[in-house]
Ligand binder design. Structure first.
Ligand code: C2E
Ligand code: MG
Ligand code: MG
Ligand code: MG
Length: 292
């Protein structure tokens, strides 16, 4: 009886695994098709300068407008894209689209706005990464100084020599780099000094309970202070409460990003936001504008 049960559960298990493996294969085929059929979308989340309260940059975040399952978040397909290598073409599409959108923003008068794009470690396995990126950027005639790539420490540490080599070459063209999700993985302060990065993004894990967690207050204070001593800019991620802003301003954090100010939004919504942001600033700086 026990054997029989074991047998049937074993069979059930393999059936389930088969179904799951087929599901993965199916999803991979769908994702491959998604690139071709242009089902990917770029959303933008604002970065706010703490001192001036201005929208100074955005982070590009990919989504998949699936024909039946709706708008999928990166968590639902980026891991598969990384495993399958599809992150390479997806990553190029993201850079291409971000440059194109930067052109639209520039034409609308938002010529100071910076855009940050995430890069996965897997993209560095592509021998032509550096050349292809430069090609895309040149074709788009984008001002390299307005572009930033976000990389996690975990990604960099997979192959520090290769990754930092590519970073350095792109750095020379004016492209900036930031260390994403800082503090979430195997962090080492020594990397900060060695890597060609300009910005540190504090992981939202330290920010979410900042009001109540005094340990995190101490850690965030130390991170900001150290980053500034190394001439790095600091961005706090996952800011979703006004009291966090108070603390971060007090610690001279440079920029904040999070749901408090805005969720990731499509380009047209970003344009609207930028226009109202500009308008409010103009009102504050020059009451005469109100009469226009
Ligand atoms: P990330 O680069 O750390 O991006 C920040 C994530 O935090 C975004 O999730 C954003 O929506 C979320 N977030 C921002 N503010 C808040 C907040 O106040 N509260 C909370 N709870 N969450 C907040 P998203 O868009 O789902 O992206 C998740 C991750 O997917 C990204 O993390 C990044 O690692 C990856 N990803 C997204 N787009 C790309 C891409 O184009 N290429 C690559 N390689 N990875 C990407
Ligand atoms: Mg990021
Ligand atoms: Mg992050
Ligand atoms: Mg992340």
């Amino acid at each position: 009886e026990a054997k029989k049960q074991l047998g049937s559960s074993y069979q059930f298990y393999t059936e389930e695994m088969k179904v799951e493996a087929m599901g993965q294969l199916y999803l991979e085929a769908e994702l491959r098709r998604a690139i071709r059929l242009q089902e990917l979308r770029l959303y933008y989340q604002p970065r706010i300068d703490v001192a001036t309260e201005r929208l100074v940059g955005v982070e590009a975040l990919v989504r998949w407008q699936h024909p039946t399952r709706g708008l999928l978040s990166p968590a639902e397909f980026i891991p598969l894209a990384e495993e399958s290598g599809l992150i390479v073409p997806i990553g190029y599409w993201v850079v291409y689209q971000a440059c194109k959108d930067l052109g639209v923003l520039t034409a609308a008068g938002h010529s100071d706005l910076h855009v940050a794009v995430n890069l996965s470690f897997r993209q560095f396995r592509d021998e032509r990464l550096q050349d292809t990126l430069i090609h895309i950027l040149n074709e788009a005639r984008v001002d390299m100084g307005r572009l930033e790539f976000e990389l996690t420490e975990t990604a960099v540490m997979q192959d520090p020599a290769r990754v930092s080599g590519v970073m350095r070459s792109l750095n020379e063209l004016g492209i900036q780099f930031s260390l994403d999700d800082f503090g979430s993985g195997y962090s080492s302060f020594s990397h900060l000094q060695q890597l060609p990065i300009q910005t540190l993004k504090i992981d939202r894990g330290f920010i979410s309970d900042l009001q109540s967690n005094t340990d995190n207050q101490v850690i965030v204070r130390a991170m900001i202070s150290l980053a500034h001593k190394l001439n790095l800019q600091v961005v706090a991620e996952g800011v979703d409460h006004l009291s966090q802003v108070g603390f971060l301003r007090g610690e001279a954090c440079d920029q904040i990003q999070g749901f408090l100010y805005s969720q990731p939004i499509p380009l047209n919504a970003l344009m609207t936001l930028l226009e109202s942001d500009d308008h409010i600033r103009r009102l504050l700086n020059d009451p005469q504008v109100a009469l226009e």
